[in-house]
Design a protein around this ligand. Structure first.
Ligand code: NDP
Length: 254
């Protein structure tokens, strides 16, 4: 094996949900740098088109697709469009997610359901649609964004729906990995700690306590996740499936 090419994604076709900004956008730029064609999938078409245009300006083949990951018809049609444009799908990064900070005793049913629908059902729907394409050709890598919140309970902010959804993502990932291993389809997840994106920066009142609770005493940057994502996406991680990579500055060690 040529070690220089261990992290090559040349010729690979990828889509990234929640790809317009934050962690998804960083992954899009990195996958493209590693040689992949990348479809940017998001609910906000304006933002998604902006990110896809940024990639195209670098000479990368990229498209934007509007898709609400909670809608099965939307998801199937998004996967159909990516296959139509790129010919196939090798990498699915199922990353769209939201967080709601509400106390359990006052949380509305709608809030609970929305978080579970986007963060867990959305991952099932996009993994199922991409998985069907990958199973048919006998290869593919699916990466789901879980969170350290699937392992621990964050403080001081209340977020029971988020934590439960992310714990679900970790075991959904392992379940799909086992079901689809014999088809040549790998399924893994990442569990980031606090990362500076729109999701966390809007909750700035809690940042000092998050940093104090992290052994590295800081939040991570989206770019600090991309080497792990490229590893999971690349063929060189061929024996890695059902794994959850925790990337959290040491948060879950203490
Ligand atoms: P951002 O809010 O920056 O990005 C999330 C993206 O997902 C947005 O573009 C958002 O669009 C999109 N999105 C939301 N709902 C849907 C939907 N129904 N269908 C399609 N797209 C949707 O967050 P991050 O980049 O920080 O988060 C990415 C993932 O990483 C999430 O799953 C999050 O839970 C996870 N994560 C984040 C951590 C962090 O500290 N930031 C830590 C651990 C995990 P719009 O803005 O228009 O709603």
């Amino acid at each position: 094996m040529n070690t220089i090419n261990l992290f090559s994604l040349v010729g690979k076709k990828a889509f990234i949900t929640g790809g317009a900004q934050g962690i998804g956008k960083s992954a899009a730029l990195a996958f493209a740098d590693a040689g992949a064609d990348v479809a940017i999938v998001d609910v906000d078409m304006g933002k998604a088109e902006g990110t896809a245009a940024e990639l195209r300006a670098k000479g990368v083949r990229s498209m934007a697709v509007r898709c609400d990951v909670t809608d099965p018809a939307d998801v199937d049609s998004m996967v159909g469009r990516v296959v139509e444009e790129f010919g196939t799908i090798d990498i699915a990064f199922n990353n769209a997610g939201i967080c709601v900070n509400e106390s359990a005793e006052t949380m509305s049913f709608e809030s609970w359901k929305r978080v579970l629908d986007i963060n867990l059902t959305g991952i099932f729907l996009t993994a199922r649609a991409a998985g069907r394409v990958m199973i048919a050709k006998g290869s593919g890598s699916i990466i789901n964004t879980a969170s350290m919140s699937g392992h621990i309970v964050n403080q001081p902010q209340p977020q029971c729906a988020y934590n439960a959804s992310k714990a679900g993502v970790i075991l959904l990932t392992k379940s799909l990995a086992v079901e689809w291993a014999h088809f040549g389809v790998r399924v893994n997840s990442i569990s980031p700690g606090y990362i500076g994106t729109a999701m966390t920066l809007k909750a700035s009142q809690w940042i000092p306590s998050w940093e104090a609770a992290t052994p590295q005493r800081r939040m991570g940057k989206p770019e600090e996740l991309v080497s792990a994502l490229i590893y999971l996406a690349a063929d060189s991680s061929g024996f890695t499936t059902g794994t959850d990579l925790v990337i959290d500055g040491g948060f879950t060690c203490v």
